[in-house]
Design a protein around this ligand. Structure first.
Ligand code: NDP
Length: 332
């Protein structure tokens, strides 16, 4: 049989395992022009939380009692499609199913030889693109500047920091455990890292780590962490607003400091983005990330959870910071 993960209830606040249901259905049989895909790796991502709400977002919401979708790496198990053959590996926005049929629409073939397959959900996928294009297009980094990144030990954050270092910037990360602080300073070569859960005064800690002020704030989390960074920005600072995970489970709109006086008096630029805004730049960005990877100039971490049934819990664990680098579930 073929297991499928269904959205059973719309989460209220932080998602729970009871919001999901595992159903079984037949493995599909394919017709001409179709392929049968066997799921290898499933990406769980914070943005999926917004799709579970009943409110409009930039991507359509998931329907109740239907399979959830996310970035998936799959193997072509059987093909009746001219462009794909058995044994090909593909990536695409696919359903949380062990097996599924595809017409090939939206599938991209990937090379399983050079680099591990799961990297196409991380550094060579949406995550890498988000880090690279958010930083380059909105952060506009210049050598010698100071970059602060929140959610620093996650999939996007670890890549932002490394690119900043490659470009000759000083990089300071904010993250949620001492182990992650150590990882950022060793494996990822950050200049400083701060544990926001244990530091007495985050605003002061950022000031101490950034004596020349903050030129770029790559914001992955929003909320109070971002309030503390904004209190330290320099004139003409750039603030790519990539994510706001600290607010995704809120059931009421959070109030914080009014930002206009800071943005105004610092002549700062704060710009939100959705990675698809930059879709025409994807090929060049992937080319550059691949070169850096091949030259060992950047690296990546993954937290790989084993087993299809654990996809919902892996997703929930993102909100407790249980991942280092990209959170991925290995299925087959
Ligand atoms: P991560 O790998 O960074 O995983 C999420 C991390 O967020 C956790 O590990 C945890 O780390 C941190 N976190 C969880 N809850 C909180 C909280 N309440 N306060 C502060 N930190 C918290 O995820 P991604 O790298 O995939 O995504 C990072 C951000 O970028 C997300 O907000 C996501 O929505 C956004 N994003 C935006 C895209 C776009 O197109 N704009 C595309 C892709 C991602 P810790 O232990 O440090 O708390």
């Amino acid at each position: 049989m073929n297991k499928v993960i269904i959205l059973d209830k719309r989460p209220i606040g932080k998602p729970t395992p009871e919001d999901f249901r595992i159903d079984e259905e037949a493995i599909p049989t394919i017709k001409d022009g179709e392929v049968l895909l066997k799921t290898k790796y499933v990406s769980v991502d914070p943005y999926l939380r917004a799709r579970m709400n009943d409110s409009k977002s930039y991507v359509p919401q998931f329907e109740l009692n239907k399979a959830i979708q996310s970035g998936i790496i799959a193997e072509v198990f059987e093909s009746k499609h001219a462009d794909f053959k058995k044994g090909d590996f593909v990536s695409g926005n696919l359903e949380w199913k062990e097996w599924q049929m595809s017409t090939g629409k939206g599938l991209q073939k990937i090379d399983g030889n050079d680099i591990k397959l799961s990297a196409y959900l991380g550094i060579l996928g949406m995550t890498g693109l988000t880090a690279y294009l958010g930083l380059m297009e909105i952060g506009l980094p210049k050598k010698g500047e100071t970059i602060v990144v929140s959610g620093a030990a996650g999939a996007v954050g670890t890549i932002v920091g490394q690119i900043g270092k490659l470009l000759g910037c000083k990089v300071v990360g904010i993250t949620g455990s001492d182990e992650k602080v150590a990882l950022l300073k060793t494996k990822f070569q950050f200049d400083h890292a701060i544990n926001y859960k244990t530091v007495a005064d985050l605003r002061k800690a950022i000031k101490a780590a950034c004596p020349d002020g903050v030129d770029i704030y790559f914001d992955n989390v929003g909320g109070e962490i971002s309030d503390a960074v904004l209190a330290n920005i320099n004139k003409f600072a750039r603030l790519p607003v990539c994510g706001a995970i600290s607010l995704y489970n809120n059931t009421e709109v959070a109030l914080g400091p009014r930002l206009q006086p800071i943005i105004l008096t610092k002549s700062a630029t704060m710009r939100g983005f959705i990675i698809s805004d930059f879709s025409e730049k994807f090929p060049d960005a992937i080319k550059q990330l691949s070169i850096w990877l091949k030259e060992d100039k950047i690296t990546f971490s993954e937290t790989i959870v084993d087993g299809f049934d654990h996809i919902p819990q892996a997703f929930i664990d993102l909100f407790d910071g249980k991942n280092e680098g990209k959170m991925i579930v290995k299925v087959f």
